[in-house]
Ligand binder design. Structure first.
Ligand SMILES: [Ca+2]
Length: 372
């Protein structure tokens, strides 16, 4: 558990799990720290620089199966060291696909672990594409993307490239060394490991509702922003390595389905008048058990806290899963906060912690109300 502290330290709002089919789970990755630290450490590349990226909370997905996984996220990136002589920052879409990962359930702890190592049969491919020109208003093109209007895309992945048809295990160890959280000193990645992700189940033998756990990944990269360039992770003969790698950590959380009532919220809070109540119903599902929610952590739009003792479970819809309903004051904050907005109400909270050493998994739900 301690090894996750580094990454949980700044965990405020993270991401999500959403059931989409019986055998797959969509994990909306987001949050706290996602960092790609490309540098010329082993390199005979021309390419140099460090691009540091932070994932936008609840703005991505991680979809694992037993043998592969795909990951998407919206990230904001800044060149903290010039890239080919240019600085800059911008908003990027991350896409990564993994094949050849391993998955196993620890029946004693009900934890499923997904992992990938540098070996034959495993591959990583993807890219980081600037999308700032599609935003409203559009953002300026990052200087490190160069001039012009062409696609600005950094290719990542390419792991592992074979050395005359075989993987050089010594080179794998060099390219993907063990890494440690410097604070508690705990290991994050084992030698050769490139991917790690866990799910904690609340039923026996990895069944029942599930909490996503932090995701750790690291990549190779291409040495250019040319969208047509191939990702490189080239392991040469005689263990000469001409690769640099980046790594990423992404906290995860759970997106929940909610309903906020009444449909219209009064935005004025005159003195000496009755202060309204807003209720939020959180719907349970086969993958999400509302009894795991620490109701004291619930907020609406960041600053309106749940009324103490106001939560109760019920069957709010026609499915077989229990739901949770809580009350929140519409004054003095929630109603006035909605003035000038489109009426979006965001519920945030946490599940009960799995241990005393870490916060509970974050949850988030969104609904829209009318305002008057
Ligand atoms: Ca229900």
């Amino acid at each position: 558990m301690k090894k996750q502290q580094l990454f949980l330290r700044s965990l405020a709002k993270t991401s999500s799990v959403l059931p989409i089919a019986a055998f797959s789970i969509v994990l909306f990755s987001g949050a706290a720290q996602a960092q790609w630290g490309w540098g010329p450490s082993f390199s005979d590349f021309v390419f140099s620089g460090t691009l540091q990226c932070t994932a936008v909370p609840f703005a991505g997905t991680l979809t694992p199966t037993t043998i592969n996984a795909t990951e998407t996220a919206i990230v904001t990136c800044e060149a903290i060291n010039p890239i080919n002589g240019q600085g800059g920052n911008g908003t990027f879409q991350l896409f990564v696909s993994y094949t050849g990962i391993q998955s196993s359930c620890n029946n004693a702890t009900s934890v499923r672990t997904y992992s990938a190592s540098c070996q034959a049969g495993t591959s990583v491919s993807g890219n980081l594409k600037w999308i700032g020109d599609q935003l409203s208003p559009p953002e300026p093109r990052p200087l490190f993307c160069g001039t012009g209007t062409g696609t600005c895309q950094l290719n990542i992945g390419g792991f592992p490239t074979k050395n005359n048809g075989t993987i050089d295990s010594n080179a794998c160890s060099t390219v993907f060394p063990a890494t440690f959280d410097p604070d508690p000193g705990a290991q994050i990645f084992a030698v050769k490991q490139v991917f790690l992700f866990q799910e904690v189940y609340h039923g026996p033998k990895c069944s029942g509702s599930v909490e996503p756990q932090n995701q750790f990944a690291r990549y190779c990269h291409s040495d250019s922003f040319d969208p047509n360039a191939s990702p490189q992770c080239t392991v040469k003969v005689q263990n000469v390595v001409d690769i640099t790698t980046g790594s990423e950590t992404t906290d995860t959380g759970i997106v929940v389905s909610i309903d906020v009532q009444p449909n219209t919220v009064n935005t004025s809070c005159p003195a000496n008048k009755d202060n309204g109540i807003v209720t939020a119903t959180i719907f349970g599902s086969s993958k999400f058990d509302v009894s795991l929610i620490d109701t004291t952590t619930l907020t609406l739009n960041d600053d309106t806290h749940v009324q103490p003792g106001s939560c109760s479970t019920l069957s709010a819809n026609t499915d077989a899963f229990r739901d949770l309903r809580c009350k929140f004051p519409s004054c003095p904050l929630l109603g006035p906060d909605l003035v000038g907005t489109n009426g979006t109400v965001v519920l945030d909270g946490n599940l009960f912690p799995l241990s005393a050493q870490q916060p509970g998994t974050a949850i988030r739900g969104t609904d829209t109300v009318k305002i008057n």
